[in-house]
Write a protein that binds this ligand. Structure first.
Ligand SMILES: C[S@@+](CC[C@H](N)C(=O)[O-])C[C@H]1O[C@@H](n2cnc3c(N)ncnc32)[C@H](O)[C@@H]1O
Length: 120
């Protein structure tokens, strides 16, 4: 992937161990976390730890994008699941806004998929 110079001017690049609080504490509040195919290698305790960091760093209403095969089932219910047209993303809830029931949303996705794959 190539990133244009125009975008690069607005980005800080750094190596960061997500498990190192001394490094993650350097991050300021962000609107989006893109973390594809990283937590798949972590055990449950580590996943919880990293998700707590992401939750802490994301602004309320901010989005967390994981890989297609990654899910927060059994990891945390701190995020709500949002349905986009072609994807699912997690979102840090906004205080005072009604939190979407992630389990309910997930069930709906499963139902929709089952209906799509059902022979007509
Ligand atoms: C399968 S690769 C995915 C790379 C990229 N995100 C993608 O989707 O193509 C997994 C990545 O997780 C990174 N990783 C593993 N443990 C990490 C940690 N504790 N902190 C930061 N990155 C880590 C590895 O360096 C590696 O780049």
């Amino acid at each position: 992937m190539r990133i244009s110079d125009e975008v690069k001017r607005h980005v800080d690049f750094m190596h960061m161990n997500l498990l190192d609080p001394a490094k993650t504490s350097l991050l300021s509040a962000v609107d989006v976390v893109m973390c594809r195919n990283v937590i798949i290698y972590f055990d449950l305790t580590t996943k919880k730890r990293v998700m707590a960091t992401f939750h802490d760093k994301l602004r309320p209403g901010g989005f967390l994008l994981l890989g297609h095969s990654e899910s927060l089932i059994n990891v945390t219910s701190d995020f709500e699941l949002k349905h986009l047209t072609h994807d699912l993303v997690y979102r840090r809830p906004v205080p005072g806004e009604e939190k979407e029931d992630a389990w309910h949303a997930l069930a709906n996705v499963g139902i929709a998929e089952a209906e799509r794959s059902e022979p007509e």
